[in-house]
Design a protein around this ligand. Structure first.
Ligand code: PEP
Ligand code: MN
Length: 338
């Protein structure tokens, strides 16, 4: 980190800043000239609050040289992180993992039919929301504990590990006991209290990118989980909010290469929420494979017209089978299987 400041900085305040930094274990290399004050900070600057330094009226700039997300960064962990669930591995050069299922678990009949269908088509994991973050409090909020029970039943029959969204730390024990991968939804990406609690368990966390969050903010959220001791984080891009109204969100595919360069964590894509229309899901999914994602999470429904949430972006089972066939071919073409 580099701090530049005016040469007429008050001596006592400069001394105050120096000792505050030194107390945090930072060494200061003074490279000031006759006209400009310049400190090079040596040590773990992730503990430094940039805004606090900028609060001094005589400080002109504070620039980070190293990234503030030490645990997630590839700088300090060059090899890819591989997350294992049963015998399925996500990340590295392992096959691209397809996670599929309904937006919400709605009934036993519904989740069983979808679970059987996606398994037959080649999905490796089952998704299903039990606690649903809905924009309106007057619409279906999910089957909650009953939904988790139904997912467990579906896993018992199909052997597909289950992925479901945790909305609050009140649900932690239930999720740790029953769910294989805990999803943090876009709306909770910066629920720091929840992230810290998820850092104290060792189950994999699927961390969705927030609706309007930068890549650095997303990686800092991963850091919240990892800094508490849980290294099992999977990043999930699900589209970001832009000015474009014809899609629900805008799929940011450049994220795959950027995130893989910056971090060692696996990255998966959700083409369903990213586009918001079933007709757009297939191309978005195939493009994600070419972009180098480690997995996909796709909404599939046995009767989308009657779905209690996100029917408009859910693939019918037949359409999902077609997607799987194309995805398998394309994955092989890129040197990775499904
Ligand atoms: C979901 O997966 O159904 C969901 C609500 O996703 P997101 O948090 O990305 O909107
Ligand atoms: Mn959904």
């Amino acid at each position: 980190m580099i701090i530049t400041f005016k040469k007429d900085a008050p001596k006592e305040e400069l001394e105050q800043l120096r000792s505050a930094l030194e107390e945090k274990g930072i060494k200061i290399a003074d490279a000031s000239s006759d006209t400009v004050g310049l400190y090079g900070l040596i040590g773990d600057t992730s503990v430094i609050d940039k805004e606090k330094i900028l609060a001094y009226s005589w400080v002109t700039d504070v620039t980070r040289i190293t990234v503030p997300y030490k645990k997630a960064s590839r700088q300090f962990h060059p090899e890819d992180t591989v997350i294992q669930v049963g015998d399925i591995k996500i990340g590295g050069n392992h096959p691209i993992v397809m996670i599929a299922g309904p937006c919400s678990v709605e009934s036993e009949e519904q989740i069983m039919e979808i679970a059987r269908g996606v398994k037959k088509a080649g999905a490796k994991m089952l998704r299903g929301g039990a606690y649903k973050p809905r924009t309106s409090p007057y619409v279906f909020q999910g089957l909650q504990s009953k939904g988790i029970k139904l997912l467990v039943e579906a896993r018992n029959e199909t052997n597909l590990p289950i992925v479901s969204e945790i909305m609050s730390s009140d649900q932690l024990d239930e999720f740790v006991e029953n769910v294989d991968i805990l999803q943090v939804g876009a709306r909770n990406m910066q629920n720091f209290d929840l992230l810290k609690k998820l850092g104290r368990i060792n189950k994999p966390i699927l961390l969705k990118r927030g609706l309007s969050n930068t890549i650095e903010e997303w990686l800092m959220s991963a850091e919240y989980i990892m800094s508490e001791g849980n290294p099992n984080v999977i990043l999930c891009e699900r589209g970001i909010r832009t000015f474009e109204p014809l899609t629900r969100n805008t799929l940011d595919l450049a994220v795959v290469s950027i995130v893989k360069k910056l971090t060692h964590l696996p990255v998966i894509i959700d083409p369903s929420h990213a586009t918001g229309h079933w007709e757009l899901v297939e191309t978005a999914a195939l493009a994600s494979i070419v972009a180098g994602c480690d997995g996909l999470i796709v909404e599939v429904h046995n009767n989308p017209e009657c779905a209690l949430s996100d029917g408009q972006q859910s693939l019918k089972i037949k359409k999902f089978e077609e997607l799987m066939k194309k995805a398998e071919k394309l994955a092989a073409f890129t040197g990775r299987n499904m």
